[in-house]
Ligand binder design. Structure first.
Ligand code: CMP
Length: 143
């Protein structure tokens, strides 16, 4: 297993529910360490750019509207196998299909209001971390 970094976003629904701390605690309990954290309000242009891979999907407009509807909390999670581990803790994209013990099962509502985003692969993780954080902001305790 490798020490990895992944980008996590606590989405507007979960920030509004004041669940940010509880969600970060679930990541910590799973061995993921938040090494950089910031709460931001995304602009439409930022949300469109972040989700550019989904531009042609029918849900793109609604996704951008939702992601700009309130503040989000972006963080970089570091740990062994962090990308897959984070996805296990989050549960499946559709909150309705997520087990009760997962973040989406606990805090999500449906496929759109699903509480969190997490990078899906090492390549996207590198791009997504760089979208929000500079190298100087990443305070790894492992090196
Ligand atoms: P996320 O992991 O942030 O990546 C893209 C997001 O699009 C996804 O979570 C969902 O919240 C959202 N989305 C909305 N509708 C759909 C859909 N039909 N299929 C996949 N993702 C969707």
């Amino acid at each position: 297993m490798a020490l990895e970094r992944t980008l996590s976003i606590v989405k507007p629904d979960a920030v509004a529910a004041n669940a940010t701390g509880r969600i970060l605690a679930m990541f910590e309990e799973a061995g993921l360490r938040p090494i950089a954290i910031r709460t931001v309000r995304l602009t439409t242009e930022q949300a469109q750019a972040f989700y550019a891979v989904h531009t042609a999907r029918p849900f793109f407009g609604d996704l951008v509207k939702f992601m700009t509807s309130g503040p989000v909390c972006v963080s970089v999670l570091e740990g062994e196998n962090a990308i897959v581990r984070n996805r296990e803790v989050m549960g499946p994209t559709d909150s309705k299909k997520a087990a009760a013990g997962t973040v989406r099962g606990r805090f999500g509502t449906d496929i759109e209001k699903n509480a969190v985003h997490g990078s899906d692969a090492p390549e996207t993780a590198a791009v997504e971390v760089g979208f929000f954080f500079s190298g100087a902001e990443l305070a790894s305790l492992a090196r």
